[in-house]
Design a protein around this ligand. Sequence first.
Ligand code: SER
Length: 586
Amino acid sequence: MKAIDIRNKYLNFFKQHGHTVIPSAPLIPENDPSVLFTTAGMQPLVPYLLGETHPAGTRLTNYQKCVRTVDIDEVGDNRHLTYFEMLGNWSLGDYFKQESIQMSYEFLTKELQIPTEKIYVTCFKGDADCPKDELSAECWKKAGIPESHIYFYGKDDNWWIAGDEGPCGPDTEMFYDTGKPACSSDCQPSCDCGKYVEIWNNVFMEYYKNAEGKYTKLSKQNVDTGLGLERMAMLLQGKETPYDTEIFAPIMKKLEELQKIDDIQSRRIIAEHLRSSMMIISDGGRPSNIDRGYILRRLIRRMIRHMNKLQINLDEIKTLIEINTNNLKEMYPDLEKNQETIEQVILEEKNKFIKTLSHGEKEFAKEIEKAKQQGKNKIDGTIVFHLYDTYGFPPEVTKELAEENQMEVDMQGFEKLFKEHQEKSRQGSEQKFKGGLADQNENTIAYHTATHLLHQALKIVLGDHVKQSGSNITTERLRFDFTHPQKMTKEEIEKVENLVNEQIQKDLQVKCEEMSYEDAKKSGAIGLFTDKYGDKVKVYTIGDFSKEICGGPHVTHTGDMGKFKIKKEESSSSGIRRIKAVLIKE
Ligand code: SER
């Protein structure tokens, strides 16, 4: 069964069982700076799992685009992926263990036609915080799983929480027996020899763990489940790795044709990192030196390093992107819509990287020599950081180069320096942000309102892909950064100016309302800097023209703002444009 068919079956099945299909949230979490990427289907649903009412009801299902980078070093083996799709269904205070388990069993055995003998399940064995999950085991038995296929494990295996704090609870996991021989007489689902593969996880969220590690009962009992699509496709197709499924097959084949040196690990890394990068860019991510931008940079650069390793001409990147777009557009139509941007961003990053690559490799060779002369077998963290900071070498690349020279690298030392560096840049940007709004007077307030008008006008003229990525206001001008792949034309600039000026001339009323973040989102407000879900936010509406979540302050009417003029439109970083504009008082 193809991945897309599994996805459709899943959504249909849960729809038939009273669930509303909700869209996948973007990979880049909206208004949640605490995480880099969406890592699970439950993540965008946290406010609802904590008790807020979801507009689509108490039974939800979706497919969710996810990126997890903790295992980035493992990519290239037969199972780790940085990008994957998670199918999920949720009960928000609706059904609990019994129905959830019954539906999972039915889906696996009836819809996917997995024979019961191939299914093993695990349940929570209980500890001081929470009792043994006898009920789940009972439900499995009732559904049709024999007792000999039910195992009990502790918190390490059968408890789910995202991070250290948040909604959590015991889970029950489903495993697929690949039929491979047992590695030992004690081989069981928790064993990672490859005989048993985890396919689905149903979390019974009934607790909240706070920062001090205390567990309290949630107001509602929820269910959160997650099924990894690529893995399921691999198993149902009887393949050994996700790279052998239709998701990766065309790109793997092309890489085999293009390579001059044969290395399956490198081919997988290229294929995997390219798909992840394309998905991240399609959702608005751009390479940079911090946070999510840096992850994207690492993915692209590591892919390029491995293309070099296989001696594949880097001009072929375009072909590879094309193959992926064609192959994946049915699953992700946005890839086709954003193909041009994706290509531009990746090619620009490639050009940046090749400029520094040869210098960096020379520098690296020197360091290896030095270390060897000193009788060391480890490269210092400071050197890994220097290669990163000066030459843009992702640490994985340095590590791989070192390993090719039988050397290790001091990753911990690198991590420490990297964190210090990130902290500095973060403080810097907070400073900048504060600086931008600190000085509030009549002029800056008008510029602030003009920024909202500009944002909306850009969306109208250039398209909905326009997203604010920065803003800075002084008494003399506004500066606005936004995602857009190319230079604006003269006509586009004029149109935007005219649109903004029309709104100013209409003397529109600016209204401020306070509401919950969720209501704000529902009302169609553009969401920007909010810290936490559930907080009350202010929504500023300018006539019928613009609606944005914002702390203010703003003018009460647009009439006296002056004439809006764009002074400059330039590139700010790759895929990000910058406008400087003024309000001229007549
Ligand atoms: N949140 C759980 C997981 O990620 C179930 O979706 O496994």
